[in-house]
Design a protein around this ligand. Sequence first.
Ligand code: NAI
Ligand code: MG
Length: 397
Amino acid sequence: MENRTIVTLPGDGIGRVVLDNTLRVLEAAGFKANYVEGDIGWEFWKTEGEALPQRTIDLLAEHKIGLFGAITSKPKDEAATELASELQNKGLIYSSPIVNLRQHFGLDICVRPCKTYVGNPLNFIRRGADGGIEEPEVDVVIFRQNTEGLYGGVEWSNPSEKVYDAFMTHPKFKKNFGDVPKEEVSISTRIFSKKATERILRAAFKHAKDYGYKSVTLCEKPNVIRETSGMMYKMALKMQQEEYPTIELWNTNIDAQMMWLTKNPENYGVIVAGNMFGDIISDGFAGLIGGLGFACSAQMSADGIAVFEPTHGSAPKYADYDISIVNPIAMIESACMMLDYIDENSIAGKIRKAVAEVISEGKVRTYDMMKMSGRQDVIEKGAASTEEMADAIIAKL
Ligand code: NAI
Ligand code: MG
């Protein structure tokens, strides 16, 4: 394991502070690796006109594993004005480097676990039938298709004649939109391929089997979105019957699932969905277990490239604080997913246990865990800094 090299991608804003503190935790847990830093984010957009430089892509292609903090994205026009003067008016167009990274490497499988930590004051609670307070234990792992569907980027406003004419061959388009002027039409497609759908389904079933979950829930909307959700459901059914007969397949609609989110979240195990519904449902479940300070993720390709990252962004308003206040646990948990991926399960287990102990003791809590609004003075008011939280976890190791 001494020879393993990991590409660190701190990115922007709080990305660096959560990543640096995570590396301290990894070291304290006995994980040994070489680290090389990859350039990514706003700085490189401004100075080079490319938020994801080729040298970073090369690094990841070589070493295969990335630990990513967060990046800042801004709307196209704002991005253009922030370019260095010599890069202005050269037709450079900003696009999100993390989305580009996913697409470049085909990081099509996104895994987002949402598991309750006992003693986390941010845990979801509800009233039970007897009037008492219940705190359901959530243990859900969301498998989100990460490259296709509504986020696949195949879209048009005022489409070309060719595109418009092609759509006009569809009777529903002709009937419902046929008299809308072409210039007033915007189209975003939802394309699912069998190959990618099969991969995300199989990853979900395999995870359920390997980790002892009794069910896989397909969370789509096959009754309305018949072609894409419908195909996914049929494939899931076939896979369950032929390959995973011991695992139950549940089928929920995304809208109903959001309603059941707070009613019975403890009933679900593995959930699998297309890109957008997976995004929605994973944020929903993350809210039940503490929100952005706790939401971790992994993204993996078919050919062995994997990037691990917290779900949160760069939180620019906290980036320049003298003492960082943000919660590093989402990044630390993402690093644990990396450890699982490279078969360092016992180190991952040690870190998770240490995190669980710190949370259940309740002595060291970042501002989000104290339900404060994030300001520099939260430290004086008793919130732990990013570094103190990492120190507390390290002390448990
Ligand atoms: P954000 O996730 O950066 O922050 C939203 C709010 O969540 C923060 O104000 C803070 O209250 C809280 N928060 C975030 N991380 C936290 C942590 N570790 N501990 C405690 N509280 C935390 O999302 P926002 O403000 O919408 O976007 C800021 C920038 O980040 C934008 O430029 C956006 O494009 C980018 N972004 C990048 C992502 C990525 O790198 N994967 C994902 C989401 C947003
Ligand atoms: Mg999201």
